[in-house]
Design a binder for this molecule. Structure first.
Ligand code: PRP
Length: 204
């Protein structure tokens, strides 16, 4: 029996689709239920950022989470497989009329991803004050709270519709299958068997 933490929303649906493909049966969460038990798997539905936390605390053997969340959290987890779904980019965005001014002593950057943002600007030797937000990041520069944002760009529509542009791409992201080290050792055969079957059905 393996337990898998999934991020609520499209990535959970797409991951369950891959499992349905492999095991030729339906995995459907009932109404508002957050747990789905089957004879081989228990699936947990959690918030995206919480997936690594459930896996790290061994509440789940496995998890499916964006590489951006993994990089942001820097936890001691096993990154098993790129599932090639939920593709997006982590980008620096600014208002269409603005640009990064190298002469400015310090800039304000709003982001959900404090660590990624901090490291990025530090690697460019730009002093940045990071303002942590939990959502609607694109609003922050419009109302003058920051000079730039670091955020997820998928289709680019949110930035575009809010008068922002991508000025830099920090990283590409997609959903990865992760495990904690204990489960990876104690359930190695089950996990590797699932890994091999998943590897055959992941989209190109
Ligand atoms: C994410 C991200 C952007 C948006 C990008 O937000 O933070 O706001 O999606 O997608 P797009 O490029 O296709 O427009 P999410 O929908 O997770 O909501 P949030 O702002 O509440 O985090």
């Amino acid at each position: 029996m393996l337990s898998v933490a999934l991020p609520k929303g499209r990535i959970a649906d797409e991951t369950l689709g891959l499992f349905e493909n492999i095991f030729e049966k339906k995995f459907i969460f009932e109404d508002r239920k957050l747990i789905l038990k089957d004879k081989d798997f228990t699936f947990l539905l959690v918030r995206n950022q919480d997936v690594p936390v459930y896996v790290l605390h061994q509440a789940a053997d496995l998890g499916v989470v964006g590489l951006d969340v993994l990089k942001e959290k820097e936890l001691d987890l096993v990154d098993l497989l790129d599932l090639n779904i939920g593709k997006c980019k982590v980008c620096v965005g600014m208002k269409n009329e603005d640009h990064l001014d190298p002469d400015k002593p310090s800039i304000k950057v709003a982001s959900k991803m404090e660590n990624i943002a901090r490291k990025h600007f530090s690697s460019k030797a730009i002093a940045a004050e990071i303002i942590k937000l939990y959502g609607s990041i694109e609003l922050a520069p419009i109302v003058g709270m920051c000079d730039a944002i670091v955020d997820i760009v998928e289709t680019g529509t949110t930035m575009k519709q809010n008068g922002l542009k991508v000025v830099e791409t920090i990283m590409d992201s997609s959903a990865h299958l992760i495990s904690n080290k204990n489960s990876f050792i104690s359930k190695k055969e089950e996990i590797l068997s699932l890994y091999e079957r998943l590897a055959k059905v992941i989209p190109a």
